[in-house]
Design a protein around this ligand. Structure first.
Ligand SMILES: [Zn+2]
Length: 225
């Protein structure tokens, strides 16, 4: 029985995703990428989350700030407030917190880890409902990437394609919070804020979506206790 690779950022969604995978899989590798993110505190959270869920953590350093182009990887680009983003009308533009090609790159890294460790499955905590409009969080992207992986990996041509699972993709943030509580996921260790400050700012897109999720779930955010 082969195991699984879970992309773990240290945020709420990937933590709940890891808690699900640990229940369902025989062996789980939590893959965390130090990509030069402004909110480096999430890396500390990811290590604690992996430890709490007794998953092996693999930390990969791949500095996407080498080319920047995002508020999360370029100190010259400010992280906008949620209010500034959501005023864009029916189809708002993709915000500057989008990191160019991040999930394409992370999915490729997960393929490398999965293939080298003979894992059958990759779990992604992407979410297409309460999200920030990122194109690489959509089911169409994941389906197309799985197809590319089948064509591009040795195990794909050997008839053992990797399966990509996105158990949170169509859940609301409130549903993800409730699921995390049910699974006993260590939500108190998670970090969502895009601004790399000592405490969550409460006003960036990620903070606002998180707060909305906990509020709608009727759960106090244990990370703010
Ligand atoms: Zn924030």
């Amino acid at each position: 029985m082969a195991g699984a690779v879970v992309l773990l950022s240290g945020g709420l969604d990937s933590t709940v995703c890891l808690a699900m995978a640990v229940r369902e899989e025989s062996a789980v590798t939590a893959l965390t990428v130090d990509y030069g993110q402004r909110h480096r505190v999430e890396l500390e959270g990811a290590a604690k989350v992996a430890g709490a869920l007794e998953a092996e953590q693999l930390l990969v350093h791949l500095d996407l700030s080498a080319w920047g182009g995002s508020a999360l990887t370029d100190e010259a680009v400010a992280v906008p407030d949620h209010a500034a983003i959501s005023s864009g009308g029916a189809s708002p533009a993709i915000p500057v917190t989008y990191v160019p090609a991040r999930n394409l790159i992370f999915c490729a890294l997960a393929c490398g880890v999965a293939e080298s460790r003979n894992c059958d499955t990759v779990y992604l905590g992407v979410n297409a409902l309460d999200y920030s409009g990122y194109p690489d969080c959509r089911p169409e992207f994941v389906a197309a990437f799985q197809q590319a992986a089948t064509l591009g990996l040795k195990r794909g041509v050997e008839g053992r394609p990797l399966e990509f699972r996105t158990p949170l993709i169509s859940r609301t943030k409130a549903e993800i919070v409730r699921l995390g509580v049910e699974l006993g996921a260590p939500l108190e260790l998670t970090w969502s804020c895009y601004r790399g400050e000592a405490a969550p700012c409460g006003s960036c897109d990620s903070c606002v979506l998180r707060a909305k999720g906990f509020s709608e779930a009727g759960v106090a955010d244990p990370a703010l206790a």
